[in-house]
Design a protein around this ligand. Structure first.
Ligand code: GCV
Length: 723
């Protein structure tokens, strides 16, 4: 097609106007929190110009070159012209970016204490005086610290923070900051709601989609340093030479961003791709096979991170198939990886169909006796709560109970049980609640965060994993606010003591707008969103009420599945008398898995926090809550409160209209409409169903359902995503 010069000019102008109008985010959200638009405020602009006029950027390495590129791109766009970079120091330089080893003796000794604090990945951003001149210094012990420091500086600039007298000394508190992709080799994503997998296995290794670089940039910008490429429901084929070459190509793209690649190891791989007739971890051929496989992997990916393993869980093969234990399985793999400094991350998400007592107790029961028996390159990965990523669960009782084993926190960023990618739910609020929980395992202040970061029991390795919500949707995560969950996860993996409010504010400023009125209003939406989803799905400690298989929408009535603990009825136990799961000593006694200080609180309905009431207690419908309401009324009112929460979110979103582009506004507005519709669906379906047991009227203030129970029970969704 030929276009005239006049047309071309018109397109150019339209394009320019679109960019202006779209604030920081462009390309439908593709830029994530990394879009840089020119700073318009003259005072801020001139301050930044002064600091970045002449930059001395020391040394070259793949990671440093990434940092240099990021700095040039970021500053160039924020200030409207590329900065002048120098390889050698001159008196004119206003900013230095240099590792410790290349700084002068005086500077090093002045910063000695800071260098000690930041370890191998931390950084210092400091205003220092050299020859009576003020210099903006970014320094670190290692290359990766420089990259993180550069991203941090750019984020501060995007948020228009003053750099005068700046003094930041920051380092990650957790070593392994991982994403877990549940991506299959056919590019479907288990529990993925943002399109297909990013990994184009068919075209790899030759074709390296530029998007892989953008993925790595986004992760590095929030400190994520590890990625497990494949689903924990694993396919052994990824361990064959043909796939390892493809994995190596991805590792090559991610390496300059400080990101190591991991794979899931299917325990039966020696049979499926090795031609053996057993995968028994004590069999010498099996041991040999994994050793050779490890050698092969490290030959093509010298910095390969290691294996993540789901074994003897939900039908996955594992050592128990051969009468062996988790320790036998994990240690065998750990021995194979040890010569290459690889690690094994063994998941504790296990529950057995043979144990009828209480699924919530099983991981603890299976794993805690093994404390101290795993080799030191084995970490045990534990979901945040004892069931499965529900809108609210008490923290998993394993945290704090295995002092001799490094425990990795597993959060789910993808919203399997929280409205897929159509509901706005700000997950750092949930993450924060778990991380701040008191375990009382070493007196007071023994929070889950301290277990995870290794400080409570002096662990050498520490880790946090987030099940990714990323796919090939243009905006990566489906819902634009789900980007905030990816961002927020990364920030909390870096520092689990950050508040969710801080994270929400950072993300909004970096992604949408620096306008404080916008930020204050929309932050409120994010903060209330988590409680809203709890209320309209599973209030007062109810859990696992979702429909079967795809987990889309309510299905509290489901009771016909082959395994008892797959049925929602197993969890709510509603009957004519009441509702809830008795996990006190008179029931399953799951409370005994917590420290006595906590068990004592959970054991009595009067002291149990209301948000966990029906998680731990089966109570009569007319049980009186603290506010005087009877249980049935309280449940109904909570469901209603959830719906009101979404209506409130919609009201507040209206205020955003003037600060962002029309497209940005409408996108979220339409999604909130889905969320409202589904919140009402949850409320109506659950209340109508529970009403068949309570036999009571809905209390005043609760809207009447517009359909009957049969209608909600008849809904089928054979093509719900992520299954
Ligand atoms: C990858 C839940 C999910 C499964 C998931 C499993 C796990 O059961 O529904 O899709 O499997 O958790 O964490 O292993």
């Amino acid at each position: 097609m030929n276009i005239s010069a006049a047309q071309a000019k018109l397109f150019y102008i339209i394009g320019f106007l679109l960019v202006l109008n779209s604030n920081a985010q462009s390309l439908g959200g593709y830029d994530l929190w990394l879009g840089y638009s020119k700073i318009e405020d003259p005072a801020i602009l001139s301050e930044y110009q002064k600091h970045t006029k002449s930059i001395f950027f020391d040394n070259h390495s793949p990671v440093l070159d990434t940092a240099r590129k990021e700095l040039m791109r970021g500053i160039g766009r924020l200030l409207g012209q590329p900065p002048i970079m120098h390889d050698s120091l001159s008196l004119l330089n206003t900013m230095w970016v240099s590792k410790k080893m290349n700084l002068g003796k005086d500077m090093v000794s002045a910063l000695e204490a800071d260098f000690e604090r930041i370890g191998s990945e931390g950084f210092i951003i400091k205003s220092v005086t050299v020859n009576n001149k003020s210099i903006l210094l970014i320094t670190a012990n290692e290359d990766l610290g420089i990259l993180y420091g550069v991203f941090n500086l750019l984020q501060l600039m995007k948020m228009h923070k003053s750099l005068e007298g700046i003094n930041i000394v920051d380092a990650p508190k957790i070593q392994l900051r991982m994403l877990n992709h549940w991506d299959n080799l056919d590019r479907t994503v288990e529990r993925g709601y943002a399109g297909f997998s990013l990994w184009n296995w068919q075209k790899l290794p030759e074709y390296k989609d530029p998007r892989y670089v953008d993925y790595a940039r986004a992760n590095a910008s929030i400190g994520i340093n590890a990625t497990v490429l494949t689903n924990v429901n694993a396919n052994a084929l990824v361990l064959t030479s043909a796939y390892l070459e493809k994995v190596a190509a991805l590792a090559e793209v991610f390496r300059p961003y400080g990101i190591k690649v991991y794979l899931t190891a299917r325990f039966s791989a020696p049979i499926e791709i090795g031609g053996l007739n057993t995968a028994d971890p004590l069999n010498k051929d099996v041991i040999e096979w994994w050793k050779e496989r490890a050698e092969l992997i490290y030959k093509v990916i010298p910095d390969f991170g290691g294996f993540l393993v789901k074994a003897n869980s939900e039908g996955q093969p594992g050592p128990q198939n051969y009468g062996r234990s988790h320790v036998d399985g994990a240690n065998m793999l750990a021995n194979a990886l040890r010569p290459f400094n690889g690690i094994v991350i063994w998941r504790a998400f296990v529950y057995s169909e043979e144990d009828a007592t209480d699924r919530a107790k099983q991981a603890f029961k299976e794993f805690v006796p093994y404390d101290g028996k795993f080799l030191d390159n084995v970490l045990v990965q534990v979901k945040n709560g004892p069931i499965d990523f529900q809108p609210r669960e008490p923290f998993h009782p394993m945290f704090g109970t295995m002092p001799n084993t490094p425990l990795v926190m597993e959060f789910q960023i993808t919203q399997e049980y929280l409205g897929f990618s159509s509901h706005l739910v700000f997950l750092p609020k949930l993450f924060e609640e778990v991380l701040d929980a008191e375990t009382y395992r070493k007196g007071k202040n023994a929070t889950v965060a301290k277990v995870i970061d290794g400080s409570l029991f002096n662990k050498k390795i520490s880790g946090m994993a987030g099940v990714a919500n990323i796919g090939n949707d243009l905006n990566w995560t489906g819902h634009p606010f789900a980007q905030g969950n990816w961002y927020g996860y990364g920030r909390l993996a870096w520092n689990p003591y950050l508040s969710s409010e801080t994270v929400a504010e950072e993300w909004l400023r970096l992604t949408y707008s620096n306008n404080s009125e916008f930020v204050e209003a929309v932050k409120k939406i994010m903060i209330i969103s988590r409680e809203a989803v709890v209320n309209y799905m599973t209030p007062l400690g109810l859990h696992h009420l979702m429909d079967t298989g795809h987990h889309y929408g309510p299905g509290p009535w489901v009771s016909d599945l082959s395994r008892p603990e797959w049925n929602p009825t197993y969890y709510h136990k509603a009957d004519k008398e009441g509702i809830g799961f008795d996990r006190t000593p008179s029931g399953s006694n799951a409370t005994s898995q917590y420290a006595s200080e906590i068990a004592k609180i959970f054991n009595y309905p009067e002291t149990c926090p209301e948000e966990y009431l029906l998680w731990f207690h089966h109570l009569p419908w007319d049980y009186k809550l603290k506010n005087g309401a009877i249980l049935w009324d309280a449940i109904a009112l909570k469901y209603q409160e959830g719906v009101y929460g979404v209506e409130e979110m919609i009201r507040i979103w209206e205020q955003a209209r003037t600060y962002i582009s029309v497209d940005q506004f409408n996108e979220v507005r339409m999604l909130l409409e889905i969320q409202l519709k589904e919140a009402k669906w949850w409320r109506n379906a659950c209340l109508l169903y529970f009403q068949t047991f309570s036999g009571r009227e809905l209390p005043p203030g609760v809207e009447l359902p517009d359909e009957n129970l049969e209608f909600y029970q008849s809904l089928k969704f054979p093509y719900a995503p992520g299954n």
